[in-house]
Design a protein around this ligand. Structure first.
Ligand SMILES: Nc1ncnc2c1ncn2[C@@H]1O[C@H](COP(=O)(O)OP(=O)(O)OP(=O)(O)O)[C@@H](O)[C@H]1O
Ligand SMILES: [Mg+2]
Length: 453
């Protein structure tokens, strides 16, 4: 490549969002380019052979001396329900821990790694190396992204954003080691056969002794990234935006005031509205799994009971999606098929308690933004639904009813984050339906760095 080309992409950056359930990645080739050519979600799900081309499951699984990643890990986990094994399903607990360094140093639970080889930090390094390989392969195959962009700086979205806390240094080191591991093990990460524990351990040790360059630039606060996407893609910008991101592990809410009088336009946070709660997708899965168990009836032996629970927990996400798209869901465990209908869930006391708690949480953030809007004589607040939870059919009504808890003349405009910008009128359906989920990585790649608080 000539210098002209490398110069051309020196402003490029890739943002990864490793969510509790699904990982996403997007690239911004140049923030000065028009959106439709400058910012692209990367099809890492397609490379990983996942269900959706833009989403890959955030899973790592240790089985019979080998490590599996993404969809292959999920498959092994499903087969492993007999052997009292759990897949490693979440990194967010590590990222969000009060003392991330202590959380990182911990060994994985024996149900996740029976060999006792890996710490949470090792798992994170390996998983990031896996993502790095997916990203490189996706860029390599993308006709409209130059290969040189694979070496762009990296960002990650984070539910907690503590500038100057020292956490960035920790993650920088992790990215550097992941870069070395990615280079050493290369395309082995993408092969369905997994990688031997010995090879992984060896790569980790070498990377610790001689880290690579992970090109880590910064963490981006997730709701800030979502708000940036909402503003970039909207046709009718409002001054006040409340982002409601319901993922699998957490619901994150944050509000922003948008000031177009400065250049670049400033997005400043209305800090009083910030909240993080665990009333997210996994909580609905738990409630649904319990309801399913009650309807089905338990097993006689404790061992069979645990096996049944594992099977249901692993199936819960799919069951929930089926229930909310078709009105019912059904699963055969043992010789028995049990069906749960949407109205049974909606009337379930646990689910109603959940909805009440969620409504109150939403109301608390919403009212703080509305008060600010009233003070500034603004007449509309945008409530942007992001994350997989935005697909839940009751969500818009829930936000509406949270808003109705306190009378105001400020109107609420509620809807899922969508690429409504006319530039994107030609986007394909797979981008459109996953847009609320990929918007954190899109915005994280797009947004200029947040001024240090
Ligand atoms: N069609 C659907 N109907 C209902 N729920 C859905 C649907 N599609 C996805 N979800 C749920 O959305 C969640 C995943 O969303 P998302 O990708 O935003 O989460 P995440 O980023 O991995 O999690 P987090 O942000 O909490 O770390 C899961 O709980 C999943 O079950
Ligand atoms: Mg998320």
């Amino acid at each position: 490549m000539d210098d002209g080309e490398s110069m051309r992409y020196e402003r490029a950056r890739i943002c990864i969002d490793f969510g509790t359930a699904l990982s996403k990645a997007s690239i911004c080739l140049d923030p000065l380019m028009p959106l439709d050519v400058g910012v692209k979600p990367l099809p890492i799900g397609a490379i990983a052979r996942a269900e959706h081309p833009l989403l890959t499951p955030s899973v790592l699984y240790v089985d019979q001396g080998r490590l599996y990643f993404g969809p292959a890990a999920l498959e092994h986990a499903r087969r492993g329900v007999d052997s009292a094994r759990d897949p490693l399903l979440s990194f967010k607990t590590v990222l969000g821990a009060t003392d991330p360094n202590a959380a990182l140093a911990q060994k994985l639970r024996p149900s996740m790694d029976p060999t006792g080889t890996f710490t949470a930090r090792d798992a994170l390094v390996l998983y990031l190396a896996y993502l790095d390989q997916l990203i490189r392969e996706a860029i390599d195959l993308a006709p409209n992204i130059p290969n040189i962009a694979a070496n762009a700086r990296r960002r990650y979205t984070s539910p907690v954003w503590r500038p100057g806390s020292g956490v960035d240094k920790t993650f920088e080191a992790i990215f550097d080691e992941a870069a070395a591991v990615s280079q050493r093990l290369g395309r082995l990460f993408i092969a369905p056969e997994g990688i031997s524990i010995a090879q992984c351990k060896d790569a980790l040790d070498r990377a610790a002794a001689q880290p690579g360059n992970g090109m880590m630039e910064t963490g981006v606060f997730e709701p800030h990234a979502a708000a940036a996407t909402a503003l970039a893609f909207t046709n009718a910008p409002t001054r006040y935006v409340l982002v409601f991101d319901m993922g699998a592990g957490t619901v994150d809410m944050a509000a922003f005031e948008f000031d177009e009088t400065t250049d670049p336009p400033a997005l400043s946070e209305i800090k009083e509205a910030r909240q993080c709660s665990a009333l997210a997708g996994d909580e609905i899965d738990r409630i649904l799994a319990e309801l399913y168990m009650r309807k089905r009836g338990g097993e006689k032996s404790r061992e069979d009971e645990l096996k049944l629970k594992r099977t249901i927990v692993l199936a819960a996400r799919d069951l929930k999606r089926e229930l909310f798209t078709t009105g019912k869901c059904s699963l055969k465990t043992g010789w028995m098929a049990t069906t749960v209908r949407a109205n049974e869930l909606m009337e379930d006391p646990n689910f109603r308690t959940y909805l009440t708690a969620l409504r109150e949480t939403i109301a608390a953030s919403l009212h703080r933004v509305i008060v600010r809007a009233e003070q500034q004589n603004a007449d509309v607040v945008d409530v942007v639904l992001a994350g997989g939870g935005s697909r839940l059919p009751f969500m818009v009504d829930l936000v509406k009813s949270a808003g109705a808890m306190r009378p105001t003349r400020v109107a609420l405009r509620i809807g899922p984050l969508s690429p409504s910008n006319s530039l994107y009128s030609s986007v394909d359906a797979s981008l459109r339906d996953a847009f609320p989920q990929i918007s954190m990585s899109v915005g994280g790649a797009l947004v200029e760095m947040m001024p240090a608080a």
